[in-house]
Write a protein that binds this ligand. Structure first.
Ligand SMILES: *Cc1c(COP(=O)(O)O)cnc(C)c1O
Length: 453
């Protein structure tokens, strides 16, 4: 990377980006003071990306092993997605989706519907994940109201659940930090046991834990079904909770319980969809379809904000009426943005053309093998993997473990941000053998250094 090139864009030297950013940009999910503390939390001035790598203004590179917060699937500056976007840019950048429609949004809806075997044949669009969750919650509530069941307005979520940070999504999010800060604003949901396989007692399998958790849910539903609109889950992996993985048996049980008690099932596949857990939709591994699926993050290949909610025809028909008030009352300015939809179509093309799910099985096997020395290390517990997600928990009491790991990883050309004591890898689906082996070796190296202190 030559620095004069980036100076041209900014008119200043990249080495003052950090100071200027700290003075003017309020960064997300960050205690800003940590950037000024000693030692300071690093702030990386990224200038460009290529494949799995991000490059900073000084020309240093970082393997993006968490796909830039779980959104990037096929690398940065992907030539095929870039071409699709450039073509779309010359046709139509945006038009409102009320009273208008366009080819990218039609094609995307048709192709996603086909991926569910047309079980979920209606797509409603928004821009970010939290909004998709809000839409699913509102749609569920409104469907029941249209059906004369006005009491059904409560929701159920799992322990450790994460569904986004807007006020409605926070209500079904079980993260202590957020609850302490914003609890008074929220209409809290019922929180039931997580099927997290790490909770297994002696002699229990992951499926046993799943069934035990389902019994607890059943008890709640038996008591309160008349007041409950929907159960919301993150299928197979509760990512923000620290990659809590669980057995597909839980989804089978929850689907059956929701059917029995006349309650909607919302699958938040914002993080786990788009092939992340090994199948395109995580729910496929349990052979079930929910009533609503939320998608975002990877759906645009990590290029543009796009989210959507897919639902069944019966739900759609529950709103279909001459009366405006019985229609679904929700919109965003950028609903169904053509550029974002075009990026999503290019992403789906790559899945098809490159046989991605199949190739990922080979990548996953190689990375799991390369991580075996770590998996067997006494300083870690619960090494786990599903699809293109790997995680393990460090045995440490250091409250600054995550920050230290992040900073040390950057020095090893690696972008990794542990969640508390859980180190996880969530790389894009393009790593070659050399990058896979390098990722495992560097992760091991960083872990050794951080644990040695
Ligand atoms: C990231 C995430 C969200 C929120 O998406 P945003 O685009 O950040 O609003 C919701 N649910 C899950 C499971 C997520 O991982």
């Amino acid at each position: 990377m030559n620095t004069s090139q980036s100076s041209e864009h900014t008119g200043t030297q990249p080495n003052d980006w950090v100071a200027r950013s700290l003075a003017s940009v309020w960064h997300p999910c960050t205690q800003m003071q940590h950037h000024d503390a000693v030692p300071a939390l690093p702030l990386v001035p990224v200038s460009h990306g290529r494949g799995a790598w991000l490059f900073d203004a000084d020309g240093k590179r970082y393997l993006d092993a968490i796909s830039s917060w779980w959104v990037n699937l096929f690398g940065h500056a992907n030539p095929r997605i870039n071409t699709a976007l450039k073509d779309q840019l010359d046709l139509l950048e945006h038009a409102m989706l009320a009273g208008f429609t366009h080819e990218p949004v039609i094609q995307l809806s048709e192709r996603l519907s086909a991926l569910t075997g047309h079980a979920l044949g209606h797509c409603f669009y928004a821009s970010d994940g939290a909004s998709a969750v809000e839409i699913a919650l509102k749609m569920s509530f409104h469907f029941w109201r249209n059906s004369g069941k006005t009491d059904k307005r409560e929701f159920v979520c799992l322990q450790g659940s994460y569904h986004g940070e807007t006020v409605g999504a926070l209500a079904v999010t079980d993260v202590q930090l957020f609850r302490d800060a914003y609890g008074p604003l929220l209409q809290r949901a019922h929180v039931v046991a997580s099927p997290d396989a790490r909770a297994a007692e002696a002699g229990e399998s992951a499926a046993d834990v799943a069934r035990r958790a389902a019994r607890q849910l059943e008890k709640l539903l038996a008591e309160r079904a008349g007041s409950i609109a929907a159960v919301i889950v993150e299928p197979l992996v509760q990512c923000a909770a620290g990659m809590a993985m669980y057995d597909p048996a839980y989804l089978v049980e929850v689907r059956a319980l929701c059917d029995r008690y006349n309650i909607h099932l919302i699958a938040d596949e914002i993080a786990v969809g788009c092939g992340r857990t090994g199948s395109f939709f995580a729910c496929e591994q349990a052979n079930i379809w929910p009533d609503f699926v939320c998608l975002s993050k990877g759906i645009s290949g990590g290029y543009l904000p796009l989210s959507l909610v897919m639902t069944r025809d019966e739900i759609y028909q529950g709103f279909y009426d001459a009366d405006v008030k019985r229609g679904f009352l929700h919109s965003h300015s950028y609903t169904g943005n053509p550029l974002a939809c075009r990026a999503a179509l290019a992403t789906l093309d790559i899945f098809e053309q490159d046989n991605v799910l199949e190739r990922n099985r080979e990548r996953a096997a190689r990375l799991t093998t390369a991580l075996m020395p770590l998996a067997e290390d006494e300083r870690i517990t619960h090494f786990r993997q599903r699809g293109m997600i790997w995680a393990f928990d460090a045995v440490t009491d250091d409250p600054a473990f995550s920050r230290k790991f992040f900073a040390n990883a950057l020095q090893h050309e690696l972008l990794l941000r542990p969640i508390s004591k859980t180190v996880y890898l969530m790389p894009p689906y393009i790593l070659d053998d050399e990058e896979i082996d390098g990722l495992a070796a560097r992760t091991q190296g960083v872990f050794d250094e951080v644990m040695r202190g």
